[in-house]
Design a protein around this ligand. Structure first.
Ligand code: HEC
Ligand code: HEC
Ligand code: HEC
Ligand code: HEC
Ligand code: HEC
Ligand code: HEC
Ligand code: HEC
Ligand code: HEC
Ligand code: HEC
Ligand code: HEC
Length: 312
């Protein structure tokens, strides 16, 4: 029991007051100053945006509706005779996006829109952003609900190969909702390779896998050069997003060494040079293969030969 029940009651009252205030405050932001005149005939179009940022700025004349759809004064006098042209149906992508850019052009997220692959390939804002249908609208932080599709589904509509890759046994947890396409890419355009958010592939990977950045006393040159020498970014049939499995992966580059790194002429392979089955093939090629021993493959700080050969 609290020794100060009155204090607690006072606290609850204060908390309630704060809650009421914040509810009415939030209401003040999102309440319609007036129902737009368009709503009488286009009710669904109105209700779909009423509780969203665009609707919040609307007024009795439907000025936000008109900001996107164009001057409606003639249409309002006789909607049947003076039909509105819905420019979001059929118009070139550039024209559709220009409407949005009149207000959003100044956003720093859109600085490289024009030079991005999407603008250059006739993808419009409204191909990803669904203005009127909440249930098909993209997740835009911080408004995240379970009834809307995850971002990857929107991207997957067009990028089917990438989507398929994310279904492979080893994949970045994109479909699981832990990593988003837009964690690595800027869908609004970037000057980088593949519109990555960071300058290089490695910088992109380090942004989450900081332990791979080093510097290491003994570094493995391909790791510093490009993670994608060995990994795929979206998904792979080989474990750990690898582009190939060991030993094949390693043998692309390592054909000679102090111990043999390949099958040829070694008498260590599954099949001997004379064509018969080898009863004791080398452990170097079994299971995790080279990684049984070379497990510090991204670089090592262990002293001397152990570190040099990435065996710890
Ligand atoms: C008195 C009723 C009425 C009012 C008020 C009205 N409209 Fe319309 N609107 C119509 C009718 C009818 C159509 C034609 C529908 C059709 O062809 O199926 C139409 C068509 C449209 C279209 C084209 C839709 C399409 O896909 O072809 C747009 C956009 C539109 N109106 C916007 C507005 C806006 C914005 C306002 C408010 C400024 C507004 N309307 C006010 C009745 C109205
Ligand atoms: C931020 C821009 C934007 C605003 C604001 C906006 N619209 Fe739209 N509207 C669109 C786009 C884009 C489409 C094309 C379909 C889509 O993406 O949902 C569309 C489609 C429509 C259609 C055709 C509907 C259909 O089902 O084909 C009508 C009618 C319409 N809007 C009316 C309105 C009215 C009325 C308002 C205001 C209450 C409004 N719009 C506000 C962008 C906007
Ligand atoms: C008349 C100005 C105007 C136009 C035109 C406009 N917007 Fe907006 N939009 C806003 C404002 C204001 C907000 C509220 C957030 C802000 O201040 O950036 C907003 C917010 C958004 C958001 C964030 C929504 C959220 O839930 O946080 C998206 C996405 C968006 N707009 C896309 C579009 C697209 C796509 C178009 C073109 C079809 C468009 N806008 C046209 C003014 C506009
Ligand atoms: C290829 C898909 C795609 C296209 C095309 C696209 N967007 Fe977006 N947009 C997104 C995604 C994904 C997010 C959410 C990003 C996040 O969660 O960090 C977003 C977020 C936004 C936001 C809210 C966050 C912010 O930047 O303030 C606005 C506003 C916006 N987009 C406007 C636009 C406009 C305007 C266009 C066209 C010029 C456009 N978008 C084209 C995918 C797209
Ligand atoms: C962990 C970071 C990361 C995530 C998450 C990610 N990507 Fe990528 N993506 C990359 C990198 C890195 C490349 C560059 C690949 C290359 O150079 O071969 C790339 C390349 C691409 C390409 C161009 C080349 C190709 O493979 O077709 C597309 C398109 C693409 N990604 C779309 C997506 C989509 C859609 C999603 C979400 C389903 C996504 N990416 C999620 C990192 C990522
Ligand atoms: C309406 C179809 C469409 C949608 C939706 C879409 N894209 Fe694209 N995207 C394209 C086209 C077309 C290209 C240019 C051709 C290509 O590289 O495949 C492209 C290019 C890209 C590239 C650059 C590839 C390169 O080689 O440089 C990336 C990255 C990318 N998209 C990511 C995304 C992400 C992330 C999303 C979701 C937020 C998304 N896209 C949604 C159609 C789309
Ligand atoms: C936005 C953060 C983020 C970025 C950027 C990122 N990753 Fe990841 N990565 C993750 C997460 C989260 C996991 C899953 C970790 C887990 O399951 O414990 C993961 C897992 C992995 C795995 C192990 C996969 C498996 O099957 O166990 C590899 C390999 C990997 N990432 C490589 C990369 C490479 C290469 C890049 C750069 C192209 C990269 N990551 C960029 C977040 C990221
Ligand atoms: C020379 C090939 C090679 C390069 C280049 C490479 N990796 Fe790896 N990576 C591997 C191998 C092999 C494994 C599996 C290790 C295992 O199973 O013990 C792995 C595993 C991983 C894992 C999951 C296990 C762990 O250690 O966390 C992550 C994350 C990862 N790599 C990230 C990266 C990043 C980030 C880069 C670029 C800085 C990179 N890798 C470059 C070969 C490589
Ligand atoms: C893209 C080429 C490439 C791939 C793939 C690659 N390596 Fe390397 N590796 C190198 C280079 C280059 C060096 C540095 C050689 C040197 O310093 O003489 C190196 C060095 C090494 C060393 C240390 C050698 C020494 O002399 O100190 C070991 C051990 C090693 N790699 C093992 C592996 C294993 C195991 C794999 C597979 C998981 C692998 N490497 C994949 C290019 C590669
Ligand atoms: C049973 C453990 C073991 C396995 C399995 C193994 N290695 Fe090694 N490897 C070592 C040791 C220990 C060294 C250091 C030898 C030394 O310094 O004399 C080494 C050295 C190396 C070197 C450096 C050689 C040199 O000439 O300096 C390379 C490259 C290498 N291994 C690649 C591989 C590849 C590729 C595989 C898979 C085909 C593999 N190793 C499998 C234990 C192993």
């Amino acid at each position: 029991m609290s020794r100060h029940p009155n204090h607690r009651r006072g606290f609850i009252a204060a908390a309630l007051a704060l809650l009421m205030w914040s509810v009415s405050y939030a209401g003040a932001i999102y309440a319609q100053p007036a129902t737009p005149i368009c709503a009488g005939c286009h009710e669904a179009s109105h209700t779909s945006i009423a509780m969203q940022p665009h609707g919040a700025k609307n007024d009795a004349m439907g000025s936000m509706c008109q900001a996107c759809h164009g001057d409606a004064s003639a249409h309002l006098q006789d909607p049947i005779k003076n039909k509105m042209v819905n420019k979001f149906k059929g118009a070139p992508a550039e024209e559709k996006s220009a409407v949005c850019l009149t207000c959003h052009g100044g956003s720093r997220h859109l600085s490289f829109w024009e030079s991005g692959k999407h603008a250059k390939n006739d993808v419009a804002c409204s191909d990803c952003h669904n203005i009127h249908d909440k249930t098909r609208a993209l997740h835009v932080a911080p408004f995240t609900t379970t009834s809307r599709p995850i971002e990857a589904d929107t991207c997957g509509n067009c990028h089917k190969q990438v989507r398929n890759a994310t279904l492979k046994p080893s994949h970045h947890p994109i479909l699981e909702g832990k990593v988003k396409c837009s964690d690595c890419h800027n869908p609004h355009g970037a000057l980088t390779h593949a519109m990555l958010k960071h300058e290089t592939v490695n910088q992109q990977c380090y942004s989450c896998h900081a332990d791979k950045r080093g510097p290491f006393v003994f570094s493995h040159p391909p790791v510093e050069e490009n993670c994608l020498t060995c990994h795929t970014p979206h998904g792979s049939n080989h474990g750990k997003l690898l582009a190939d499995k060991a030993p094949n992966l390693c043998q692309d580059c390592h054909v000679t060494g102090r111990h043999p790194t390949n099958f040829y002429g070694s008498g260590q392979a599954w099949i001997l040079p004379n064509g018969t089955q080898n009863s004791s093939p080398s452990t170097r090629f079994i299971a995790r293969g080279c990684l049984n021993c070379h497990n510090a493959i991204h670089g090592s700080n262990a002293p001397a030969d152990r570190g040099k050969a990435f065996i710890r």
